[in-house]
Ligand binder design. Structure first.
Ligand code: CTP
Length: 396
């Protein structure tokens, strides 16, 4: 895609470098349009090296090739990061007194802005009004985040993290094939308390489940994420409920599932819990050299959801297996999807270094007949999108 990144003159302009880098690494052709003020904060050579293209600033350069409209006409997406209060006001008014203003007006591409300014400026009625105007025109506003600002102050106004800006910007280009669908995702790993300070748990971080939730939001779905001990931050674009144990997760899923068109059970669930939880810390003086724990079986949440599924509801299970042999792995998956009564099963290999907590994943998706409907490998975000492709195909 041809992406124009507009950089305007705020101290956060140095962070635009990471936004540009993220978009370039995602395989896009990035053209930077920087305002004069932006170049007081970050050097043109830096922007050119990172974007791998010439950086444009001057409205009166390249006049013969009608550059003031050509850049906008060629863009598939415009991302403005940081967007200062002044540049937001100019965008809202439709001013074209610089190259960026002309580029935006000459373009039919979606526009994403990431505001950055002091809290007082962000909350000023003029800025609030300008943001409303831009939103009503379909502009996507990412952030601002709440946190430390340039001076000693902190509050809303900090530029959203570059990774998040890249993700939100690219989400605008995603197919909107889940609009009107409600998707319930569980993520993370349940923990079963032994005493007030200890638990039995697993190494699931929640990254794959969160990636699914994010991908579903990007494709237009209304998403509820039930997170069991998530080690990742969740965005404001989805409803998030936090749970700890398997019984808590089971109750939350049971409550939320009737409303969902799709249920994705990505959480790693503890199959057993201690029969009793000690009220006080278990002490070595009392337990001695050996400690035997009595565990009782937890309910199978996924199988229960399968039994009580609503009409047309699609249920997606996961299977975490350590089996190394591909055929044996597939056989385990085929047996599991039948046992669980789900429509799709995402089979992934886990181990000491695979699956849990990692950035990437490799999965095979099976249907109820045991047929392979999709295989994917890559970042958890890429894998999430391919899994949703398989879900969308079932709606069709
Ligand atoms: N699951 C569940 N409730 C449980 C155990 C698992 O809902 N008590 C769900 C998981 O969220 C996952 C799927 O079932 O979607 C398979 O989980 P997995 O741990 O691979 O399988 P188990 O059911 O635990 O079976 P086994 O231990 O024999 O592999």
């Amino acid at each position: 895609m041809n992406i124009v990144v507009g950089v305007t003159g705020g101290i956060a302009a140095y962070k635009a470098v990471n936004v540009i880098r993220g978009l370039v690494l995602a395989g896009h052709d990035v053209h930077v349009v920087a305002t004069d003020a932006a170049l007081r904060f970050v050097g043109k050579p830096t922007l050119e090296a990172i974007s791998r293209n010439i950086v444009h600033t001057d409205l009166y350069e390249g006049v013969a090739e009608v550059r003031h409209v050509a850049i906008g006409q060629a863009a598939d997406l415009i991302v403005i990061a940081p967007a200062t209060a002044n540049s937001i006001a100019k965008l809202a008014a439709g001013l074209a007194d610089d190259l960026l203003g002309n580029t935006v007006l000459a373009s039919r591409a979606p526009v994403v802005i990431a505001p950055a300014m002091h809290t007082e400026m962000w909350q000023h009625p003029a800025t609030v009004h300008n943001i409303d105007v831009l939103r009503s025109r379909g502009v996507t506003v990412v952030g601002p985040a709440v946190g430390q600002l340039t001076g000693a102050d902190s509050g809303p106004g900090r530029l959203e993290e570059p990774d998040e800006i890249v993700r939100a910007a690219l989400a605008v280009l995603e197919p909107k094939d889940l609009v009107g669908r409600r998707i319930l995702v569980s993520a993370g790993g349940t923990r079963e308390a032994l005493d007030p300070v200890r638990y039995l748990g697993n190494r699931s971080s929640g990254k794959q489940g969160l990636a699914l939730a994010r991908a579903a939001v990007a494709r237009g779905a209304e998403v509820t994420l039930i997170g069991a001990n998530l080690e990742v931050q969740t965005p404001a674009s989805m409803r998030v409920l936090h749970v700890g144990s398997t019984l808590e997760l089971a109750a939350a899923m049971r409550d939320a599932a009737p409303e969902a068109d799709v249920v994705i059970m990505a959480a790693a669930v503890a199959d057993y819990r201690p029969e009793s939880v000690a009220e006080a810390k278990i002490k070595k003086e009392t337990t001695g050299d050996r400690l035997t724990l009595e565990l009782v079986k937890n309910p199978d949440i996924l199988a229960g959801l399968g039994e009580s599924r609503g009409p047309g509801q699609i249920i997606v299970g996961f299977a975490a297996e350590t089996e190394q042999d591909r055929d044996a792995l597939l056989a385990l998956g085929r047996a599991k999807i039948v046992r669980k009564g789900s429509d799709l099963l995402v089979l992934n290999r886990v181990g000491w270094t695979e699956g849990f907590g990692t950035e990437g994943n490799t999965v095979v998706v099976l249907d109820r007949l045991g047929d392979i409907v999709m295989e994917a490998s890559g970042s958890k975000q890429t894998v999430a999108d391919r899994i949703l492709d398989a879900v969308v195909a079932r709606f069709a």
